[in-house]
Ligand binder design. Structure first.
Ligand code: NBG
Length: 837
């Protein structure tokens, strides 16, 4: 169209769309412009929140011009792209991160100060974008940061929930849930694309007919439809022009579907349908590592995958390539089984709409998709009941049955007459009613399957996907150990440490190549350096102590050992074992003489994390922690030797305060249950030591930092089944120390013991599934070793520096590069700053 413009018009556009400069005055003008026009406020009654909004809008302007530039250049070049499908993106706050990544934080800082505001306060005014539960959602966010930083052409696809993960408040020691109204004020970090609207259908029935060549054709006559509206979230890379995109879909009623009801005079019915349409993206399911078999959840999954695929296919079609080229242009990564329906939807588009043969289509599909598994826990395996599925997605059900039939026929050819095998491998579980096993569908429809840490990737090959490894061979199953972005988790969260590292290494290159941290090793013998290192940790502890005072009304000393366990509350993560050991510690201190007490290492035990609202036992663990805290914290016999706090509403921005302040953190899942863990990496990167089991990424952290710098205890994954067996059938007695702790609870030392009975029964001999009793003695010992080691502050600092120095492997840059090279086969593309908006 531009070609038709007269020369003067083109020149005018070119001249006036030059990018704004990034000097203090220009930035101040842009902030004031947003205050007075976008927000329509006057300078004299501007509060911190409005100031934040104006700064955010000014930052967003700069993000958008990078976004435009990146997407424009990528459209022209049309390289292979990766699409990361994730039902969760746990982004947290955006402003600080966007300014740091664009290299504008200092200039904005100055601009804001001069305008009478303080950067810290403004940053604190932002609410978290909490569209995720825990590790899985935060991993997606770290990967988006690395993809942009490494200049890979990548888009995320997800849902724009009106309510993110609930807000947690503690009332009388119990967790209570409140809605997360994060969109109450405009969200400056998204670009609504009201023009991008895709119709998504549900229900109805399938019509079959023969075409002119005698081939059976399926026509899905849908029952109802809704619209998917796109919202784009720009993701700037660190110190690069590249700016990627996360496209989040919002559901809206279609413009047409309520017309019949209106015409029939059924106004209420029409409005009700409209509300139902909006409900699809209304709320994030607050389950971490558990499956919610709700119809609305299945609707979310289809709505999201169908909209995303429509978008991907449309973009591919613009290139006028052959369908067989799709896998050379497009890689789609399935973040867990949540987006598995995308496999079926692409097969449907290719066969029913584009009229490809089944086999050609299936070949394209399986070369396009790859699948990441994030857990082996049975309660998290997604299964959908066939009747419910058929009602919502009748055509997709037929396709799944066909995929399964052709697959099992091939299995039969390779391993004849093994009905047990067919039963085990089938995508359909023969239960009442039948169930669709989404993990099997994801394996069958993908060319690579990966776990998220070495142990986990081995485990999936010997447990849940054993038969599939035998059938497909080993090559299809690979490992991609998780990683974290050092930009957010060190540079942003721990600015003092970041500065010290940059000074020490004489360069900030480590932020893009984390292996350079190894250069810190040479500073281990330097006493002056160790003093600086300690002073930074202490300052971070002071900051955390302030947060604790504000949120828990407990005073803690920054000179005590800070011991942290923050993560979702789950039996397999064993916060219960931690609080039981705290009770043990409390009883031990109480039994001491004053002389003995003098040698006790003071400790602050810090908990945080949300329990799924329907997870009764996990919620009781929170109650127990708070009951223990109430007794311990005001016992004069204990004083500062032991404090216990539960920080409410743990989220990304709270983690950014907690992580840099920890001396030791706890990663103590029963071996074989935590697929990877990623907070373990964040803590160690910030010079915090860890106490943990031989589980998930702990094992690889141990390999990197060395056994002298980590406290490992407990049974190994191979022993777990034997221990469970012994417990169940040989009645192994409960650990005596644990027995003492349980008796104390039962005697009512911490509130009415009746409250905790259901929790205590999980430890009954033969029922202790997570092996708390089996690991208890070695856990107590490991904690004593922590106390002893911490007494020698100088030695501790050496360990702490070595920890940070050896964490290079755990940058999400490394993870993402492995995915790009070994699974997606994509190359970086460097965007050029052409200087235009
Ligand atoms: C979680 C695992 C964690 C892992 C993250 C990210 C699910 C299903 N799994 O151990 O429990 O770190 O995924 O891979 O949420």
């Amino acid at each position: 169209e531009k070609a038709k413009w007269p020369k003067e018009t083109v020149e005018l556009w070119t001249r006036l769309s030059k990018k704004e400069a990034n000097d203090v005055e220009t930035i101040q003008r842009s902030i004031i412009h947003h205050v007075t026009t976008t927000l329509a406020r006057a300078a004299y009654n501007l509060d911190n929140f409005s100031a934040y909004q104006a700064v955010a809008l000014s930052t967003r302007d700069r993000l958008i011009s990078r976004w435009n530039e990146t997407q424009g250049q990528l459209s022209k070049k049309d390289p292979k792209r990766v699409y990361y499908l994730s039902l969760e993106f746990l982004l947290g706050r955006s402003m600080d991160n966007a300014l740091l990544n664009m290299g504008l934080k200092d200039t904005y800082g100055k601009s804001i100060e001069q305008l009478g505001f303080n950067m810290e306060d403004i940053i604190e005014s932002e609410v978290d974008a909490a569209l995720g539960n825990g590790g899985l959602g935060r991993l997606a966010a770290c990967y988006m940061d690395s993809l942009a930083t490494l200049e890979y052409p990548a888009w995320g696809y997800g849902l724009r929930y009106n309510y993110g993960i609930f807000q947690q408040r503690i009332v009388d020691g119990y967790q209570t849930e409140f809605p997360d109204y994060w969109l109450n004020f405009d969200n400056p970090w998204e670009l609504p694309r009201l023009d991008i609207s895709i119709q998504i259908s549900f229900g109805g029935h399938v019509q079959t007919s023969q075409d002119e060549y005698g081939v059976t054709r399926h026509n899905w006559i849908a029952g109802q439809s809704v619209q998917a509206i796109a919202y784009d979230v720009p993701i700037p890379g660190y110190h690069t022009e590249n700016c990627n995109n996360i496209r989040l879909w919002r559901s809206k009623p279609t413009k047409t579907f309520d017309l019949t009801s209106f015409n029939e005079g059924n106004y209420e019915r029409a409005v009700e349908d409209a509300t139902n349409a909006e409900r699809i993206t209304s709320v994030l399911y607050p389950n971490d590592n558990t499956m919610a078999g709700k119809e609305l959840r299945l609707k979310q999954q289809y709505f999201w995958t169908a909209a995303s695929l429509h978008d991907i296919v449309r973009r591919f079609k613009k290139s006028m390539r052959e369908w067989s080229d799709l896998p050379d242009q497009v890689a789609i990564q399935l973040n867990d089984t949540h987006p598995t329906l995308a496999i079926v939807e692409l097969q449907r588009i290719l066969v029913d709409v584009e009229m490809l043969s089944w086999d050609d289509a299936w070949d394209i599909v399986t070369r396009t998709f790859a699948f990441t598994n994030h857990t082996v826990l049975p309660e998290a395996m997604e299964k959908w009941s066939v009747p419910m599925f058929e009602y919502l997605l009748p055509r997709h059900l037929q396709i799944i049955f066909d995929i399964n039939l052709y697959f099992l026929q091939k299995v039969e050819l390779k391993f004849p007459n093994d009905r047990g095998l067919l039963n085990r491998m089938s995508i359909i579980e023969e239960a009442q009613p039948q169930q669709i096993r989404m993990a099997h569908l994801a394996v069958v429809g993908s060319h690579k399957i990966n776990g998220v840490a070495a142990l986990h990737s081995d485990l999936i090959k010997t447990t849940i996907f054993k038969d599939f490894v035998m059938y497909y061979g080993e090559e299809k199953f690979v490992n991609k150990t998780n990683g974290i972005t050092p930009r957010r988790w060190l540079h942003q969260a721990n600015p003092q440490l970041s500065t010290l590292i940059t000074e020490t290494l004489n360069s900030d290159k480590w932020l893009k190549d984390l292996s350079l941290l190894r250069g810190l090793e040479k500073k281990v013998p330097d006493a002056e350096f160790r003093k600086k290192w300690r002073a930074i940790k202490r300052a971070n502890k002071v900051r955390l102590a302030e947060l604790i005072k504000e949120r828990c009304h407990v005073e803690v000393s920054p000179d005590a050992l800070f011991d942290v366990q923050v993560k979702r509350i789950h039996e397999y993560k064993r916060q219960f074992m931690n609080i039981l050991a705290v009770i043990h510690r409390y009883r031990t201190i109480k039994s001491m003489t004053p002389a003995q007490k003098a040698s006790v290492q003071p400790r602050v035990v810090i908990f945080g994390g949300k329990a799924a609202p329907g997870y009764y036992i996990a919620k009781l663990v929170i109650k127990l922690i708070n009951s223990v805290a109430a007794v311990v914290n005001q016992d004069p016999a204990v004083g500062d030797l032991l404090k216990v706090v539960f920080i409410p509403d743990y989220n990304v921005s709270v983690a950014e305060v907690i992580v840099p302040a920890s001396d030791i953190s706890q990663h103590i899942s029963t071996a074989g249950t935590e697929a990877s863990g990623t907070s373990n990496m964040k803590f160690v990167l910030n010079g915090g030591l860890i106490i943990g089991t031989l589980d998930g990424a702990n094992i690889e952290i141990l390999e990197e930092i060395g056994e002298d710098n980590i406290f490992i205890f407990g049974c190994a994954a191979q022993e777990v089944e034997d221990l469970r067996h012994a417990q169940r059938y040989r009645g192994v007695p409960m650990d005596p120390a644990l027995q003492g702790v349980i008796s104390a609870i039962e005697k009512g030392v911490f509130e009415d013991p009746k409250i905790f009975q259901p929790l205590i029964s999980t430890l009954t001999v033969g029922k202790d599934f997570y092996l708390i009793s089996a690991d208890f003695a070695s856990y107590i010992t490991a904690n004593q070793q922590v106390d002893i080691a911490y007494k020698n502050q100088d030695e501790w600092s050496k360990k702490s520096i070595r920890c940070t120095a050896n964490m290079g492997k755990f940058s999400s840059d490394r993870s993402v590069k492995e995915y790009a090279d070994e699974i997606w086969n994509i190359k970086p593309y460097t965007v050029i700053d052409e200087g235009f908006l």
